[in-house]
Design a protein around this ligand. Structure first.
Ligand code: ADP
Ligand code: 5GP
Length: 195
């Protein structure tokens, strides 16, 4: 896996960076959508992905949807702060908007997978890494299946990834258990204010 090189973000500025990660289906995008709704002033990084939009997803809101060639170009031009392949698609964080906000001392929230969180840990050790955990494995399977957005073989791939991701919890600074979306949002916003 290639890792982004040549980050221009000086370490201390990354203090205001919060990374939310956790297994697929745990509720990361639900939490982010709730923050977007209840706290529209909190700036959330919008990732680039080669995955097709799900019903209800809008280009530029949940993601910027690009094709493989477009993603290759962003990687080649060093435009991504981090990127990873996840369950057959590629996802990455546009570098510039994040760096601009951090340079101004503004809080930044990234919702990314474990591989991306590890890259951020390597390039910006001062970032705070938050692990979103499910109340239990059965509940995670229920959420991932209940979302109804993926065919069975994709769900299987995501559950395989989830097993690996759950084992990485100890690499994170903080764990939040997603029992209540409201509670998690409150805890996450409090962490972001406290950096
Ligand atoms: P992720 O972005 O981590 O892959 P989603 O946000 O898509 O996960 O959530 C997966 C499913 O779980 C969705 O159907 C969502 O409505 C549901 N969900 C999220 N948080 C909770 C919660 N606290 N309690 C019950 N269901 C939840
Ligand atoms: P989904 O397809 O369910 O929207 O996202 C799949 C996974 O990709 C999730 O774990 C999500 O956190 C992750 N992801 C979303 N955007 C990014 C990104 O910019 N970088 C990385 N590394 N992972 C991302």
């Amino acid at each position: 896996m290639l890792t982004p090189e040549g980050s221009t973000t000086p370490g201390p500025l990354a203090r205001r960076l919060t990374v939310l990660s956790g297994p697929s289906g745990v509720g990361k995008s639900t939490v982010v959508a709730e923050i977007r709704r209840s706290h529209p002033r909190v700036w959330l990084s919008v990732s680039v992905t080669t995955r097709a939009p799900r019903p209800g997803e809008t280009d530029g809101v949940q993601y910027f949807f690009v094709d493989d060639a477009g993603f290759d170009r962003l990687v080649a031009e060093g435009e991504l702060l981090e990127w990873a392949e996840f369950a057959g698609n590629r996802y990455g964080t546009p570098r510039r908007p994040v760096e601009e906000r951090l340079a101004r001392g503004e809080p930044v929230l990234l919702e990314i997978d474990l591989q991306g969180a590890r890259q951020v840990r390597g390039t910006m050790p001062q970032a705070r890494l938050v692990f979103l955990a499910p109340p239990g494995w059965d509940e995670l399977v229920r959420r991932l299946t209940g979302r109804g957005t993926e065919p069975p073989e994709v769900i299987e791939r995501r559950l395989d990834a989830a097993r690996v991701e759950l084992a990485a919890e100890k690499e994170f600074d903080v764990t939040l258990v997603n029992t209540s979306v409201q509670d998690v949002c409150g805890e996450l916003l409090a962490l972001m204010a406290d950096q």
